[in-house]
Write a protein that binds this ligand. Sequence first.
Ligand code: PGA
Length: 221
Amino acid sequence: MKPLLIAGNWKSNKTTADALRWLQDFKNHTGTIPTYITVVLCVPFTLLYTVKEKIREYSLPIVLGAQNVSPFPEGAETGEESARMVRDLADWVIIGHSERRKNFHETDDVLQKKVEQAHLVGLKIIYCVPDDRTPIPAHVDVTAYEPVWAIGTGKSDTPENANMVVASIKATSQVKRVIYGGSVTTANVASFVGQPSIDGVLPGGASLDPEIFAALITNAR
Ligand code: PGA
């Protein structure tokens, strides 16, 4: 079996109470996850500590990720979380999600700085790109191909086209692992991870409900 990465992205959702309920329910609904599947859960900064503690307490088979990191080192940057602070709690970080590129005007240059900061402290990096032409900085561990029109719309790319774009990203960059994001569901996950070039998925909406997320992991097997 090829290694698979399933990275749930809660985006800007959930209070502490919501997260605690999710973790309890996920514990009840998830079985043993085979070792070839790595499940990363990317949560808002406000929930990193709580989720980290509960992953340990419940021995959940998931690793923790953040959704952003400062392009600056630790210092006088009000409102930013430096890579060192993020690394204190998380193992992974998403950089360059299309929502950040669009709504927060993050450019390739800024994203390059974020990758450098994250790499310096040993965070594993999921770097999102909308196509196979967007530059991918060095030191990215996993790239996520997410066509902008497929995110949060219920309209996923076809597995065959996603596979072609993913193969092209691998052929034109240094990146060895590429996952697909954009309206991944329990119903379509197997068709994406069954493609030869696709190494996993980045579900947003489908990670918000613990039962659905657990089913999605089961269906990816
Ligand atoms: P979605 O989000 O699964 O809700 O479409 C995907 C993404 O953000 O990559």
